[in-house]
Ligand binder design. Structure first.
Ligand SMILES: [Mn+2]
Length: 250
């Protein structure tokens, strides 16, 4: 069984609220620990995250500890970076054993070919794709890291993240654009399923060419996805257990 979760946006709200969201995610993951084969984090795990050569942002160490325990036990964890957390270096890979993927990933689980991504690269209009390229280019990112003191750089990135960087999330056309792009990928690529985050609206549908699932958000609705022998499930953690919202065979 494979789990997919995205858009925790850890650090967005007040500390006590964030601690509750982290605790709920840990409970949900622990409830699946006995039969999980692979965990995917589909981006925007953190609301603003800049890692420096010798420093990582504070917080959410319980969640990170769970990831380390799981990878130590041989459960693979793969983290596809989102538009709010593209600035990782090697802390997650070297310290926590997590595989970091900067963009999209095609992989196979349970005999199904899957296309996985956060989704910001698919949703972006051409006028805004320059911003995505700039924020992920090593030269401006390197300059940002080296020119600003870390407290100032991370603080500024979080301020921007909260105030200016949420247009896709506020744009009511984003979920439909993600769905259209997912079905284009299902037609063009030899994949059976496309799983994205970013749109903040959970979705699951199946056309003749395959299934599309959007994980929604952990931080608002505690929705996530599960792939098992029966197919693809959109689920919600209700605080005590995972409930099926919708399922499709793949
Ligand atoms: Mn997001």
């Amino acid at each position: 069984m494979v789990l997919f979760v995205s858009d925790m946006h850890f650090g967005r709200g007040a500390r006590s609220a964030e601690r509750k969201k982290e605790a709920a995610l840990i409970e949900c993951l622990k409830a699946h620990a006995a039969d999980i084969d692979h965990l995917y984090l589909l981006g925007d795990v953190f609301d603003g995250y800049i890692e420096y050569r010798h420093l990582v942002p504070k917080g959410f160490v319980r969640f990170q500890g769970l990831l380390a325990r799981w990878t130590d036990r041989g459960i693979p964890v793969t983290y596809l970076l989102g538009n709010h957390d593209p600035w990782h270096q090697d802390h997650f890979s070297k310290e926590l054993g997590v595989t970091l993927i900067p963009d999209a990933l095609e992989t196979t689980h349970l005999g199904h070919r899957l296309y996985l991504a956060h989704g910001d690269g698919l949703a972006a209009d051409p006028p805004r794709s320059w911003l995505r390229a700039l924020l992920r280019h090593p030269v401006p990112v390197g300059l940002y890291r080296s020119l600003l003191p870390a407290d100032v750089g991370l603080g500024l990135a979080r301020w921007v993240s909260q105030r200016l960087h949420d247009r896709d999330e506020e744009d009511p056309t984003t979920p439909a654009r993600l769905r259209a792009q997912a079905h284009r990928l299902l037609r063009q690529k030899a994949v059976d399923g496309v799983i994205l985050g970013h749109g903040h609206v959970p979705a699951l549908d199946r056309g003749p060419e395959g299934g599309y699932l959007n994980t929604g958000t952990w931080y608002e609705r505690q929705t996530f996805a599960r792939l098992d022998g029966e197919g693809l499930h959109l689920q919600r953690w209700n605080g005590a257990r995972a409930q099926d919202i919708e399922s499709v065979p793949l």
